[in-house]
Design a binder for this molecule. Structure first.
Ligand SMILES: O=C(NCC(=O)N1CCC[C@H]1C(=O)O)OCc1ccccc1
Length: 724
């Protein structure tokens, strides 16, 4: 697959922007309109080219079959309880979407409450968040289509599974929280992106501004909802309402981007003279009181006793701590659980009357503890393996807590922890079993790699047992590096199949920008220091070569979204270090990302080209603006870019497809079509999915097909074949 015929893409040299008196050309600007015939034709031609390449990737069918076989195992999420009812998501194995079940008591007969698989033939309608009313009578749920961030909210009566008449539209980046009278719930919505005109929601690139907080009265039309909060002077702000466990207050979290910081307002619902009803006629907003009115820190409410609130915060505590305040004396904050020396406090739940279930991250491994809610004192250490705690579900009034656990070699365990006994009992409530998976075949190492500036970067390496470090092993290096996101150990059928049938060593690099060591680690990989992410990832790759795991032509790098940026930037900077690059839904145009949908929220990590200093950070690593011919830089014919697959989808309205399409056109032009018999023999292609989005809600078949395509491409490019 070396002499590819790349489609011709028009270069509009008239498009040149002026950034603080520096002129930057953007010849593929026309690709920013997905509805133009020219853009549609470009996508069609690229899809044909990619299919012609994939036809020659021999392992595609083996991968599809083996992944389908291994993925066909029952999966459960942690249950949550309302009233005497338990609710949980379950997938029998290959269902397109997980199904919501309800049972009366843990011994009760479980029955299907809501099966989204019936809502579309191709499984592209997904059930996102759900929220059950206090009396467990009503289920509010979000539906999304084709992977878009847009959701509609419906309400179902639990007892007879009938839907209430109303549908709430133009909801995005919202939670919903019931008032304890079960009369309705708070939620956030945007103005409709286009009035009237037919819109295939999720394919538009319009910027998302002016989100507003509403309260919906059950059984009424959305037009009757009352406006509770908006801030037209700050159109970027996002609002999230949370009714406290005692039903007395509604808390308002205000965010302006992706940094772990928020304003915190509250409204005492019991003080409203005529309740929320009283606001139906008038259109003034709820009388929120501003407890915290700045973006200096994150404040997450854990619990309250009347006006005494307990918060998880990073205020003066980049590794987080727990603090307390009486709303009546808002200037006096008292630490309950001070910031730890090294460990990052990841979560805290009030459970079992007056206890706290806290989780820490220590060198990228979870620690679980029971502490006293009042004093913060340690009561019990809960025994868990190296891995990730997910989906903790429990309440103050309950002595039972459900805890989800997963790791590289543990598909999934849901523990039911009984806190009523002197020493908590961690019992296995459900265990996810993958037929044919034998954990004893594999080994996990955690190494610490020195980055360019000497910083120690943790990396997990998973491989078959007792491999010889002779540089022969195809390796897959995965990273993200931003937005305070921590990559902790989790089970992946795909990677087990790659390890067993393609001999792949897979690695996760915990590079800076993530949350692995708290807010300092996050900041060390953002804004003016973003290059640290790329240096860390490159150092991790060099380690895999120098330690004898692999060699450049057998090394594939992979990442999604901000991780797609990571992959593309590292390919630009060190093209000779990698044999293959897989960039999913990447942020590639760092000068214009803030103009589309929710991109403006990411300036917290990236900065913004509107500002001169920040423009100079961005232009240095922006993938779209740093594609250069390696053979002209490093000299020597052998220098070329790795075989590259960019992946995107037509309904990705988180990171709009234009990023990948413009980078694709640029790489194909600079490296291939503009050079007579170019040294670039490695393919530069894109996989552009239809009726799919950023990733969430993707039906099983689409997910498996995409996996088979990208990893068979990788196998072909790294020259590896299938082992039965
Ligand atoms: O934009 C994000 N999350 C960040 C995100 O999706 N990013 C950040 C960079 C590209 C892409 C990714 O890496 O998935 O979620 C929407 C949101 C909700 C509430 C407050 C702010 C923003």
């Amino acid at each position: 697959i070396s002499s590819l015929q790349y489609p011709h893409a028009r270069r509009d040299d008239s498009v040149v922007d002026d950034y603080h008196s520096i002129r930057i050309a953007d010849p593929y600007r026309w690709l920013e309109n997905p509805d133009s015939d020219e853009a549609k034709e470009f996508v069609e031609k690229q899809a044909d080219l990619t299919e012609s390449v994939l036809q020659k990737c021999e392992t595609r069918e083996d991968l599809r079959l083996k992944i389908t076989e291994m993925f066909d195992h029952p999966r459960y999420d942690t249950p949550f309880k309302k009233g005497e009812r338990y609710f949980y998501f379950h997938n029998t194995g290959l269902q397109a979407q997980s199904v919501l079940y309800v049972q009366d008591g843990l011994e009760g007969k479980a029955e299907v409450l809501l099966d989204p698989n019936g809502l579309s033939e191709d499984g592209t309608v997904a059930l996102n968040k759900v929220s059950v009313s206090e009396n467990a009578e009503f289920l509010a749920y979000e539906l999304s289509s084709s992977g878009s961030d847009w959701v509609t909210i419906k309400v179902m009566k639990v007892v007879d599974k009938t839907n209430e008449p109303e549908t709430l539209s133009w909801v995005k980046f919202s939670t919903f929280s019931w008032t304890h009278d079960s009369n309705g719930f708070f939620y956030s919505r945007y103005p409709a992106p286009r009035e009237g005109e037919q819109l295939d929601a999720g394919t538009e690139t319009n910027i998302n501004l002016n989100q507003e907080l509403y309260y919906h009265f059950l059984g009424t039309d959305q037009s009757q909802d009352i406006l509770c909060w908006r801030d037209p002077k700050n159109p970027k702000h996002l609002f999230e309402a949370q009714v406290t466990d005692d039903g007395k207050y509604v808390l308002l979290y205000v965010e302006e981007g992706c940094d772990p910081v928020n304003k915190l307002y509250y409204c005492d619902l019991s003080e409203l003279p005529h309740g929320l009803e009283g606001f139906r006629e008038r259109n003034d907003m709820l009388p929120f009181i501003k407890l915290v009115d700045n973006f200096e820190a994150r404040y997450l409410a854990i619990s309250n006793d009347e006006s005494h609130f307990t918060f998880l915060t990073n205020k003066d505590a980049p590794k987080y701590k727990i603090t307390r305040v009486d709303l009546k004396q808002p200037a006096i904050w008292t630490d309950v659980l001070p910031e730890a020396e090294k460990d990052v406090l990841k979560s805290a739940y009030a459970v079992n009357q007056n206890q706290l279930l806290v989780s820490y991250l220590r060198d990228v491994k979870y620690i679980l503890q029971i502490r006293d809610l009042k004093t913060g004192l340690l009561l019990h250490q809960l025994p868990i393996d190296i891995g990730t705690v997910y989906g903790i579900s429990g309440k103050r009034k309950d002595s039972e807590v459900f805890i989800g656990f997963t790791s590289f070699l543990t598909p999934g365990i849901i523990y039911r922890c009984n806190l009523a006994t002197e020493v908590p009992e961690m019992k296995i409530f459900r265990e996810i079993v993958v037929a044919g998976f034998d954990r004893t075949e594999f080994q996990i190492n955690q190494v610490f790699v020195s980055s360019k500036d000497g910083t120690q970067i943790p990396m997990f390496i998973v491989s078959k047992k007792n491999i010889v470090l002779d540089g022969s092993h195809p390796s897959l290096l995965y990273g993200y590096g931003g937005f305070n996101v921590s990559l902790t150990p989790y089970f992946s059928v795909n990677r087990i199949v790659l390890a067993r049938h393609l001999g792949v060593v897979f690695c996760i690099a915990n590079i800076r920008g993530g949350g692995e060591y708290g807010e300092e680690w996050h900041r060390a990989g953002s804004l003016s220091k973003k290059q640290n992410c790329f240096d860390d990832f490159i150092s991790a790759a060099e380690y895999l070569v120098s330690a004898g795991y692999t060699q450049p032509r057998k090394l594939c790098i992979e990442g999604g979204s901000n991780g797609g940026l990571l992959v593309a930037a590292c390919s630009n900077q060190r093209p000779e270090l990698f044999g293959c690059a897989l960039a999913h839904v990447g942020v590639m145009d760092m000068l214009r990302f803030h103009k589309f949908t929710i991109g403006h929220a990411w300036t917290s990590d990236f900065g913004c080209s509107d500002k001169e200093e920040e423009f100079h950070w961005l232009i240095k690593y922006s993938p779209l603006h740093n594609v250069r011919r390696p053979w002209e830089r490093f000299g020597g014919e052998q220098c070329q870019y790795p075989s590259t697959m960019l992946l995107t989808a037509d309904h990705d309205d988180r990171v709009v497809p234009l990023h990948s399409l413009k980078l694709l056109a640029t790489m194909q032009y600079v490296l291939c079509t503009s050079v007579e018999n170019t040294p670039q023999r490695n393919p530069i292609i894109a996989r552009i999915a239809r009726k799919a989005g950023h990733g969430a809600g993707k039906p099983t078949k689409k997910m498996i097909d995409e996996t088979a395509d990208r990893y068979s491409f990788m196998a072909k490019m790294l020259g590896i074949s299938w082992m039965n």
